[in-house]
Design a protein around this ligand. Structure first.
Ligand SMILES: [Zn+2]
Length: 418
């Protein structure tokens, strides 16, 4: 840094930019208060910390002013140009701006140095990447700056892991930074998600939220199986499909939205009805299967097919205001047939299919299925196995009921007849 910075310089500069917005200036002054706390915590250069906190605050302010919103991502659009201009006007050079960028994330969690360090790396990108000069800011350069600014902690360790892990690009590290910040996920977990192959059977009410969250989370390969086309009456709950998609095939319509959300997720379309004859061929290509179908016949076919192929899966079911879900690990935990031995008779199935359904119910259950999928891939311990979770939306009650694996289960039991 070439020019001496002082708190007064920064405040004077802010007064110029915000003119008579004294309330804002007061707030910024309180920001300077915890800037000092951060400075003590990480024994870093005082001027940098102060400048970083003020700049970050300016970013938030600009976003709020323009969009009347506090949404964090808006800072990306509005903050950096203003921040950059202030720095330039104050006469700072590129190296100083880089250091400021690296420290910006710290003001989110003053005192919590370890998480803040790691966050700083990613927060830095919103400022750095938007400036042409810094487009090619390498991981190595980031590392050296981290090492310079932060002495110890998990942030440094994770940054090293991320750099070592060439399979995750810089863009991916930013996109998935909220995943990676979780201790149980980290860069290694994110890579597991990237390598995972997940099949969603049924791209309707359950499949829509489920597939959206999985694509957003960074699942590398997402198979979509559905024979149907989008109909007007689907739109009340199948949130992947829009009015303009009516008559288009559901797998195509869903694939378009998911690719727009995350271009890195590879979508495989199976425009087919999963039945007894084709299920084993399709599920072998995947690590985890999600039953998002809307009829009993399919649920038993998926259960039996997955048990036979040794593929873990998530069951989801919905009716009127209620839903349920369970996760099945073949050979280890109870299956859907341990709970319901036989399909309901034809009459009952038809009655169920015409019972009606409130849109958020599949939204809730499909999201639980996405959560279970991610947990399975990340090898988390506590899955929704050997039990079924039921949801009553009218009473707003969740219940978890134990399901015992049956020795005489026709699908998974030792005494099975097949
Ligand atoms: Zn069973």
């Amino acid at each position: 840094m070439k020019k001496k910075s002082t708190t007064e310089d920064i405040i004077n500069q802010m007064k110029l930019y915000f003119r008579s917005d004294f309330k804002r200036i007061d707030h910024a002054l309180s920001v300077l208060g915890y800037a000092r706390q951060i400075m003590e915590d990480i024994s870093c250069n005082r001027e940098i910390v102060e400048a970083a906190c003020v700049l970050h605050d300016i970013g938030i302010h600009m976003a709020e002013k323009k969009y009347h919103s506090t949404a964090g991502h808006l800072q990306e659009k509005e903050g950096p140009p203003i921040a950059e201009k202030i720095l330039k006007d104050l006469g700072y050079d590129r190296e100083f701006i880089q250091e400021v960028c690296l420290i910006v994330g710290n003001h989110h969690s003053p005192g919590k140095v370890e998480t803040a360090n790691f966050q700083a790396v990613y927060e830095a990108d919103w400022l750095v990447n938007l400036q042409d000069d810094f487009k090619h800011f390498s991981e190595e350069k980031k590392m050296s700056l981290i090492a310079k600014n932060f002495k110890t902690g998990r942030g440094k360790k994770l940054a090293k892991e991320t750099v070592a892990n060439a399979a995750l690009s810089e863009e991916e590290c930013i996109r998935y930074s909220r995943n990676i910040q979780l201790e149980e996920v980290g860069p290694a977990g994110q890579l597991k998600l990237k390598k995972a192959r997940v099949l969603v059977i049924g791209v309707g009410g359950l499949g829509s939220p489920c597939a959206l969250y999985l694509a957003a989370a960074g699942i590398g390969t997402l198979g979509l199986a559905d024979p149907d086309s989008v109909e007007l009456s689907n739109l009340q709950r199948q949130v992947l499909h829009f009015t303009k998609d009516i008559t288009k095939s559901k797998v195509f319509s869903a694939g378009q939205k998911l690719s727009a959300l995350n271009p890195a997720t590879r979508i495989i379309e199976h425009k087919t009805r999963i039945d007894k004859s084709n299920i084993s061929g399709i599920v072998t290509e995947y690590d985890f299967i999600i039953d998002c179908t809307d009829n009993f016949a399919s649920k038993f076919i998926i259960n039996d097919g997955c048990i036979k192929a040794g593929k873990p899966f998530s069951h989801g079911g919905i009716l009127k205001y209620e839903g349920q879900s369970m996760t099945v690990i073949p050979g280890k935990t109870a299956c859907y047939r341990c709970l319901f031995t036989e399909e309901p008779s034809g009459d009952l199935a038809v009655k169920y299919s015409r019972a009606g359904l409130l849109g958020p119910v599949p939204g809730i259950i499909g999201t639980i299925q996405a959560m279970e999928t991610i947990k399975y891939i990340l090898e988390f311990k506590d899955l929704l196995t050997d039990s079924i979770l039921t949801f009553n939306g009218l009473k707003m009650i969740f219940r978890r009921v134990v399901v015992k694996k049956k020795d005489n289960c026709p699908a998974c039991g030792k005494e099975k007849t097949e």
